[in-house]
Design a protein around this ligand. Structure first.
Ligand code: ADP
Ligand code: MG
Length: 719
């Protein structure tokens, strides 16, 4: 997507002087000295930089301290990037092959001699650098034939170097195409410095003093200059802080304004009473006491749905914390108030399991539950659709099929979305359109995400957390074993089974051909039958017919089989409290959240459970970290946080679809968590003080927000 123009029109800054400056920033990059047609093309297409303003917002990703000049005699081969100052004594050129040349410049600063070496751009270097002229050389020293050498160093004419160039040198991301055309980070640096030289006026401010003042943020003008042209480490820090905060602040302001608009626009259905359905269930069908966390969350939901506001709530809770039950009770409240409810799962298997769970809970009660997924077809589908339209279906369980246009409810009052990762703002909006008034919405996730990230991705939702597991559960013990320890592992499994427990064994792939040297379920199953000839084994994988799969699952659930051999189809939903062992083979193949989900299949009963991660011996550092984290903690939040740090938020499922997060230019939602929090607090204050966005003292913020929304694709998507 094209980057935004930095300073779109605004009525805020009336002074003529500033207007001129703004026009300068809208100037086509082509007019900047040093930019010809070829560079214009590269900047446009590779970096999305079309104007002066864009270039000003093309921030460096790191800095190298160039304040110190080393003596050649003190250099060693293991130093990082350094700079030296001196002159070239002579050149030496070698033909490595008819097409390959090597150019060596012997360089001295009076202390001793080192070599500067080029393999690429040989003729350019030979032409450009002159013997006897004083240069500042910047590069990574190495040792070759006992002599210090720099390969492809940066050379600057010492007489042309301004004092300021000797501060912190910014580094800019450049692409392969740019590098091929000889446009390097250094070239970008020169362009931004030229541009800053042209900015004679103060750049307009975009945050008001009542925000910048108390937080000690430097002005936008100072920040934009220093981010490209810092003299000290502190300069870079202060500039980054200011620009990061600003970026996060407007993201939060956008989200909160959206949520507050939404709140004012839509009235929520009022679920004023608790009736027979809920009370009957609570008194006669609930097989156990609710945990305190479940009670608290029920209370929060209850307050929402009777307030007259439309509920938009995210329910976070680790695997097995009992979210489904909370959802069911919320649905019963909807029913008690004359409404229908639906619950959506990401896969058909999960939807079917939800239906079973719900039907089991409601056995003996007069509640009509129906399933709607892609496999419900023909007559059956027609009957479900009719039942929805005439109001005779109370609870609909389904997949995304539920939000298709052909599905019309009579009076949908509550929609529950399980495992929201594939369910963003756009999908939620579709749900709102399902009835004249939007239904209340409860989004449930078992993959907790750190709070500050949730604030951004699901920033328009209120958050409830179930932070307590049902009583009597012992923390799962997680162990790491290597492939060659399988024999003792199998003995361990046998011991558990002798005590009456059951075990899962998970394979990464079904068939051998899929991936060489990975354990596959088909041959693994045969081998396991030989290891456990006296035991009964079930087998489940994604390529089986759903009838067959169900039958195999049923045998395991009923205790008829002791071992379930499976692929990750059992990842979510399956509930067998008697199972106490989860073995994951080739665990290096799985991501952290997947491992955590799989592990969540055990530890559901009162007995001690075990999760054994089996890997080959050779592991990458990242994999080893994943395994270590799994062995250290059962806490889903900790794992989610670690996962984010390992993978970065860009990979996180849901960030793309969410519509709320977009490519941030400088802030990092994970690393800058504290700033996200600060930004959110500030934004909330503004929204509270000016909910209808028309008070003059906040006009500048709303103008800026409108302008940003106009220019940024992702922001526009949610307006
Ligand atoms: P989640 O959806 O959060 O992963 P589930 O709703 O599937 O968790 O609950 C896991 C298991 O715990 C289910 O068997 C459920 O019946 C049971 N459970 C839920 N709440 C309680 C409770 N308060 N006490 C005991 N068991 C509970
Ligand atoms: Mg669940």
């Amino acid at each position: 997507p094209p980057r935004s123009t930095l300073f779109p029109y605004t009525t805020l800054f009336r002074s003529i002087k500033i207007k001129e400056e703004m026009n300068l920033l809208e100037q086509d990059i082509m007019y900047l000295p040093g930019v010809g047609p070829r560079r214009k093309d590269l900047l446009n297409n590779e970096l999305g930089v079309a104007t002066y303003g864009d270039l000003l917002e093309y921030f460096p990703y790191k800095y190298v301290d160039r304040t110190k000049i080393y003596r050649i005699s003190e250099l060693t081969g293991d130093m990082p990037f350094v700079q030296i100052k001196g002159h070239i004594l002579s050149f030496e050129s070698h033909e490595l092959s008819p097409r390959k040349k090597r150019l060596v410049a012997h360089f001295t600063d009076g202390t001793t001699i080192c070599d500067l070496v080029w393999f690429n751009g040989v003729s350019y270097a030979a032409k450009t650098y002159l013997i006897g002229r004083e240069y500042v050389v910047f590069g990574k020293p190495g040792v070759y034939n006992g002599r210090i050498q720099f390969t492809h160093p940066d050379l600057d004419d010492a007489s042309q170097l301004q004092l300021n160039d000797m501060g912190m040198q910014p580094y800019y991301v450049t692409t392969e195409r740019m590098k091929k055309a000889g446009v390097t980070s250094r070239s970008v640096e020169k362009l931004t410095k030229t541009l800053i030289g042209k900015l004679s006026q103060t750049l307009p401010e975009t945050l008001p003093p009542y925000i910048t003042g108390p937080l000690h943020l430097i002005s936008r003008d100072e920040a934009l200059r220093k981010i490209h042209y810092p003299k000290t480490v502190e300069d870079t820090q202060r500039a980054r802080l200011r620009l990061k905060f600003e970026e996060l602040f407007y993201v939060q302001l956008n989200i909160l304004r959206y949520a507050s608009d939404h709140r004012r626009k839509y009235r929520g259905y009022v679920f004023g009473k608790i009736g027979d359905r809920f009370n009957g269930f609570y008194a006669h069908h609930l097989p156990f006491a609710l945990t305190n966390a479940q009670k608290r969350v029920m209370h929060e939901i209850r307050e929402d749905v009777r307030s007259g506001r439309q509920m938009n709530r995210l329910l976070q809770g680790d695997v097995g914390s009992g979210k489904t039950l909370v959802a069911l009770m919320a649905m019963l409240i909807a029913l008690d108030n004359g409404f229908q409810a639906c619950i959506m799962a990401p896969t058909e298997i999960l939807a079917e399991q939800h239906l079973q769970t719900i039907q089991a809970f409601l056995q003996g009660m007069e509640v009509r539950c129906e399933l709607l997924t892609g496999i419900v077809k023909g007559k059956q589908r027609k009957a479900v659709l009719e039942g929805l339209a005439d109001g005779s279906v109370d609870i609909l369980v389904g997949t995304h099929a539920v939000i298709e246009e052909t599905v019309q409810f009579c009076r949908l009052g509550l929609a529950v979305v399980d495992e929201q990762h594939r369910f963003g703002v756009a999908q939620r909006a579709k749900l709102w359109a399902k009835s004249s008034n939007p239904p209340h919405i409860l989004v449930m996730t078992a993959t907790p995400i750190p709070r500050t990230l949730a604030m951004t991705i699901y920033g328009d939702l209120d958050v409830s957390v179930i932070d307590e597991l049902p009583p009597g559960r012992k923390p799962i013990v997680t162990l790491h074993k290597y492939d060659n320890q399988l024999t003792s592992l199998y003995q361990g499994i046998r011991k558990q089974i002798q005590q009456g427990r059951q075990a899962y064994i998970v394979f990464p792939v079904i068939k051998e051909s899929e991936k060489k040297d990975l354990k596959d379920l088909e041959s693994g199953f045969e081998a396991l039958k030989e290891v456990f000839p006296d035991l009964r084994l079930s087998r489940v994988h994604g390529k089986m017919k759903s009838k067959e799969k169900e039958e195999e699952m049923r045998r395991f659930v009923s205790g008829e089989t002791q071992i379930l051999v499976a692929t990750t189809v059992i990842e979510v939903g399956v509930n067998v409290p008697n199972a106490s062992v989860m073995v994951i083979l080739d665990a290096q193949r799985f991501g952290l959240s997947q491992l955590h989900q799989l592990r969540g299949r055990v530890g559901r009963g009162a007995k001690q459970s075990f999760c054994i991660l089996v890997t080959k011996y050779e592991l990458s550092r990242e994999t080893r970290k994943r395994i270590d984290i799994m062995c250290e903690t059962n806490d889903g939040f900790e794992i989610a946080e670690a996962d984010l740090k390992l993978r970065g938020p860009g990979d996180l499922e849901g960030t793309q679809q969410s519509g709320m997060a977009f490519d941030l230019k400088i802030a990092d939602i994970v690393r800058d968590g504290q700033l996200v929090q600060m930004a959110r607090e500030q934004a909330q204050k503004i929204i509270d003080a000016d909910p209808t966005c028309d008070r003059p003292e906040y006009a500048m913020l709303w103008e800026r927000l409108r302008a940003l929304r106009k220019t940024n694709v992702n922001w526009a998507a949610i307006s």
